[in-house]
Design a protein around this ligand. Structure first.
Ligand code: SF4
Length: 94
């Protein structure tokens, strides 16, 4: 049973069930692998009926990983700051 209007309700309709490996990086993931993984995740999100709810949740909760068709970098750039987003940290290091 899900609670209507809560995260439980929309998460129950997620198109990414069973695909967690596409939405979160493995340790020491290479940039090229990340691009490929996120491109596939983006395709899954594009067909998901709860995409906007998911994106808003991730923005509000400062989540890591790929949510609602949006990468950590994209959320960060939209003003929803993460403490240490992987892509932004890598680009600003050195
Ligand atoms: S928008 Fe993407 S990450 Fe969010 S529930 Fe749907 S498939 Fe999963």
């Amino acid at each position: 049973m899900t609670r209507e209007g809560t995260e439980d309700e929309w998460m129950a309709r997620a198109a990414c069930k069973g695909l967690t490996h596409l939405f979160f990086p493995t340790p020491a993931e290479r940039p090229q692998a990340r691009e490929r993984r996120e491109a596939t995740a983006r395709e899954v999100c594009a067909a998901c009926s709860v995409r906007s709810l998911c994106r808003d949740f991730a923005r509000d909760q400062h989540e890591y990983g790929f949510w609602g068709g949006e990468s950590e970098d994209e959320r960060h750039a939209a003003g929803y700051r993460l403490i240490a987003p992987i892509g932004v940290r890598a680009r600003t290091a050195s």
